[in-house]
Design a protein around this ligand. Structure first.
Ligand code: SF4
Length: 219
């Protein structure tokens, strides 16, 4: 990783890292082509996040809970909003240790996309507060359970590398070609991406443009 820092205008959304690890094409469709399709699953996800953000700050024993905190890292070029940051009192000291918690509608996924997004939040907190954040948690609504995540060296490197790759992808302005895979069936952009239909065409806009030209020729 270089020592480069980003300008405020060049920050990308934290969620872009999650999209990129899930599927580079999905990331490009959302963050380059600005394509989004609301469906039942994404709507449920938004409602869950809104409910979390609407709640007030609270204290539970040695834990203070803050919601909807704005995060930023100029080192990684990221910005976003944390669902929940818990502050755990350090035993015997007047210090509070941040512990990010990200809410997900579904259940744990086979890849590291959610862990990378959470780790990116931790890296933002470290830069903003100048302290170390070693742990956080992902709460999955479908199974009503939270999974602790350790921000070890491997996950940190993967998160930093993902941030770099997302910046490069967005700067390129190129949407990768669709490659149909099993997880496409669970993708919120399946209808718009058309992984089985578009084949080697790289862009939804280009595909729709070519359809329009065909239509104009025949009308
Ligand atoms: S449908 Fe498949 S290829 Fe298309 S964006 Fe979703 S996961 Fe990626």
């Amino acid at each position: 990783m270089t020592n480069k820092t980003y300008n405020e205008d060049d920050l990308i959304m934290l969620s872009a890292l999650q999209h990129f690890v899930f599927c580079e094409r999905q990331c490009a469709l959302i963050h380059i082509e600005q394509v989004w399709e609301e469906n039942r699953l994404t709507a449920e996800g938004h409602i869950l996040h809104e409910r979390v953000h609407e709640q007030d700050s609270e204290s539970r024993g040695e834990v203070r809970i803050e919601r909807g905190i704005a995060l930023r890292s100029l080192r990684l070029g990221l910005s976003g909003v944390a669902d929940v940051i818990e502050f755990h009192r350090v035993p015997g000291e007047n210090k509070w240790q941040p512990f990010p918690v990200e809410y997900k509608r579904g259940k744990p996924k086979p890849d590291s996309c959610d862990a990378v997004q959470l780790c990116a939040q931790a890296l933002c907190l470290e830069e903003m507060l100048e302290l170390e954040v070693m742990r956080g948690a992902l709460y999955y609504g479908k199974i009503h359970r939270r999974h602790e995540v350790i921000f070890d060296e491997k996950l940190r490197r993967e998160t930093e590398e993902t941030a770099k790759q997302v910046h490069e992808l967005i700067a390129s302005g190129e949407t990768p070609r669709p490659v149909y895979k099993l997880k496409c069936d669970n993708c919120s952009l399946f209808q718009l991406c058309m992984p089985k239909t578009i084949g080697k065409r790289s862009s939804v806009k280009r595909y729709l443009g070519s359809m329009l030209r065909e239509y104009e020729k025949t009308s």
